[in-house]
Design a protein around this ligand. Structure first.
Ligand code: SF4
Length: 435
């Protein structure tokens, strides 16, 4: 096999999957760079000789994408365009023993908690003093801030605890220090992420400490927007909403995956919550923070899901009118407790149910957006694309939610805030003019 030698190693990191994986790649980049190794993220140019693929192993589609990406990189190595291919992340954590037999061209496989071992591969040392420091792969005005790793929940469909282990919170001091570093790098908005955000502190402080953490983060000078993702509905700590209401720099936004609403499905999914409790929780959240935007994630096609379950979910959306909804089709994951259930629906049937449910939400999103016409909002300008600026209100997170499209003669400050009046509204996105 022809090898391609560069005078000095240069590494490209490819990240698949979720924002938590993204943070891991950013931490790896920071450590490699601090050891004098040239590193970049998602580079399209082939001016590197080593690639690290940070994989996702969550559901079938994600696993397929990860395997295809590995095969592409191995192909480049076979063609002498790469010297080394290293694989890390959830797919590797979960399947490396099988995969290393199937794809022997890969030089090394690493799990999700093996950063020092990856660095050793580069004769690099793990620099503990760099905790909280990373090379951002996001535009520099926003960043993901991971407050814990792993999960102690037992949702029957979920393989994440198999790949990420049990829940481990970072200390408030660590998270605040990381936030300050991010602000010093130009970050104005942070998305708080975890596998299960609301569990924060139960391990290290023996109590739910998210509201305390939020107060400390909200006090960080220069942090304009703090956004909450991956809140778990069961035993939801309502006190975080008091902090959200009182602090202007905590967005009136909450991402809270619900997965389903019917009693039958919530029980089979082991979501530790009843239908009525969810209705009551959404009402309590809106009562505490009027005008809050609630985002949720649902699963279509879970084993045993009846027509009536689907109708209940559509009725829930019509009655509760969530602001943002994402949906996955059920993926039958080995070693999860749902794997013992009969996965009888075809992927086409699952897709059809997901489509049916999202059509209900699309209508709701359109109607809600109409109500925003004429209103004025502070937005953060993310980018200029095809001559128009794309921005977001505090009710919209990056990559998953709605955008505000702004056509402006004058140049707008990318990565900064402007005020706009909404002039047009579509199913999801809005149009606005600067005021
Ligand atoms: S809360 Fe449930 S769905 Fe989320 S990571 Fe934990 S086990 Fe998985």
């Amino acid at each position: 096999m022809k090898t391609r030698t560069l005078k000095k190693d240069k590494v490209n990191i490819i990240t698949l999957g979720c924002s938590k994986n993204m943070v891991d790649s950013e931490v790896l980049s920071g450590q490699l760079s601090a050891n004098g190794i040239k590193v970049k993220h998602e580079s399209e140019k082939l001016d590197h000789n080593i690639v690290v693929v940070n994989t996702c192993g969550f559901i079938d589609k994600a696993k397929e994408e990860s395997v295809n990406t590995i095969l592409e990189q191995v192909e480049l190595k076979r063609d002498g365009k790469l010297d080394k291919v290293y694989i890390t992340g959830c797919l590797s954590e979960r399947y490396r023993h099988d995969l290393m037999k199937e794809i022997p061209e890969v030089d090394a496989w690493f799990g999700t908690m093996e950063l020092p071992l990856i660095l050793k591969q580069f004769n690099a040392d793990y620099k503990a003093e760099l905790i909280g420091e990373r090379m951002l792969a996001t535009p520099k005005h926003y960043a993901y801030l991971k407050i814990s790793e792993g999960c102690n929940r037992t949702c029957s469909f979920c393989a994440i605890p198999l790949m990420r282990g049990g829940h481990v919170s970072k200390t408030i001091e660590e998270v605040v220090a990381e936030a300050k570093k991010l602000v010093s790098m130009g970050v104005k908005e942070v998305m708080l992420i975890a596998q299960e955000l609301t569990y924060y502190g139960l391990d290290i402080y023996k109590k739910r400490a998210l509201s305390e953490l939020l107060k400390h983060l909200s006090d960080v000078p220069g942090l304009h927007w703090i956004r909450l993702h991956y809140a778990y509905p069961s035993k939801f700590p309502l006190d975080i909403l008091d902090v959200m209401r009182e602090r202007d720099n905590i967005c009136n936004y909450l991402d809270m995956p619900l997965q389903h609403i019917s009693g039958n499905m919530l029980k089979a999914m082991k979501r530790q919550m009843e239908t009525q409790e969810i209705y009551d929780l959404v009402a309590a959240i809106r009562d505490k923070v009027p005008g809050i935007a609630i985002r949720s994630t649902l699963i279509a096609g879970f084993p045993g899901e009846t027509r009536d379950d689907v109708e209940q979910l559509k009725q829930f959306l019509e009655e509760v009118r969530l602001d943002r909804v994402g949906i996955f089709t059920y993926s039958h994951e080995e070693n999860t407790s749902a794997y013992d259930l009969a996965d009888t629906l075809t992927s086409e049937e699952k897709e059809a149910r997901a489509q049916e449910i999202m059509e209900v939400q699309q209508e709701i999103s359109y109607e809600k957006n109409q109500e925003r016409i004429g209103q004025e909002y502070k937005v953060i300008v993310d980018k200029l694309e095809a001559g128009r600026y794309l921005a977001r209100t505090e009710f919209d997170s990056v990559e998953v939610d709605n955008e505000v499209i702004i056509t402006s003669e004058e140049e707008l400050p990318i990565g900064d805030f402007v005020n706009v009046r909404i002039t047009k509204a579509y199913d999801y996105d809005l149009e606005g003019e600067v005021v």
